[in-house]
Write a protein that binds this ligand. Structure first.
Ligand SMILES: C[S@@+](CC[C@H](N)C(=O)[O-])C[C@H]1O[C@@H](n2cnc3c(N)ncnc32)[C@H](O)[C@@H]1O
Length: 231
């Protein structure tokens, strides 16, 4: 392929990986906009979050794979608010904002558009990586802590939370926060997440109405960390 010859090595490796990736092939075949859709599918198969959620927020939604799945699996009257720095093609049930989630004005727009406390907040956001593992880890942990602050203000009692992080040291500290505020907390590494990737998802199930009740935290095998009870 002539085009290939002009590509950088990293671009060529990326293209080769994409061409041979079974989840990329499956996404094409099944009409999903991203292979990432299978990560949320696996999370939902395990924790059954989408079907029971009516008011949903999708953070870092482009090109729309997670939003597609949220729209498909939620009830007909569900309302999904999605935001990304990038535009993506419209989807039924999904109201889209283009902009930076970290801009407070955009967070306000999301809250107003939803018009209710959320049942489910998912975040697949990651800042553009710089290739230095510790820097990338710290940057995503900063972002996910903002997402989490937003989630605590925006989720209804009983609501759930899913967010991507990169492992690198600070994930346990973050997990402690989630354990305090949710009845159950998990680390979850979907099979569709490449094994060489430090990416992992934190799942908080059933936001407590008030902090202080006894938790029932467990982790999933693979990247499991057995959680301790919170007093
Ligand atoms: C892995 S992609 C999401 C894929 C998506 N879940 C899907 O299934 O199609 C991560 C997205 O996060 C977005 N993102 C990163 N930082 C953001 C921010 N501060 N505000 C809004 N979007 C952001 C990026 O633009 C990118 O589209």
């Amino acid at each position: 392929m002539k085009v290939k010859g002009k590509m950088s090595l990293s671009s060529r490796l990326w293209l080769d990986r994409q061409m041979h990736d079974p989840y990329v092939k499956r996404a094409h075949k099944e009409g999903y906009r991203s292979r990432a859709a299978y990560k949320l599918l696996e999370i939902d198969d395990k924790f059954n979050l989408i079907k029971k959620s009516k008011y949903i927020i999708d953070l870092g939604a482009a090109p729309g794979g997670w939003s597609q799945l949220l729209a498909q699996k939620s009830s007909e009257d569900a309302k999904i608010i999605a935001i990304d720095l990038l535009n993506f093609d419209e989807l039924p049930k999904v109201q889209q904002f283009i902009g930076d989630f970290e801009d407070e004005a955009n967070q306000q727009k999301i809250i107003e558009a939803l018009g209710q406390k959320a049942d489910l907040i998912v975040s697949d956001m990651a800042p553009a990586t710089v290739g230095h593992a510790q820097t990338d880890h710290l940057r995503i942990m900063n972002l996910v802590n903002s997402v989490y602050d937003f989630a605590l203000n925006t989720l209804a009692p009983g609501g759930s939370f899913v967010a991507k992080i990169f492992m690198g040291g600070k994930e346990k500290q973050f997990f402690e926060r989630v354990k305090k505020d949710f009845a159950k907390a998990y680390f979850f590494k979907p099979k569709s997440s490449r094994s060489v990737s430090v990416e992992i998802y934190v799942v908080g199930i059933s936001r407590r109405a008030s902090v202080g009740s006894v938790s029932d935290c467990m982790s999933i095998p693979q990247y499991a960390e057995k959680s301790k009870k919170v007093e």
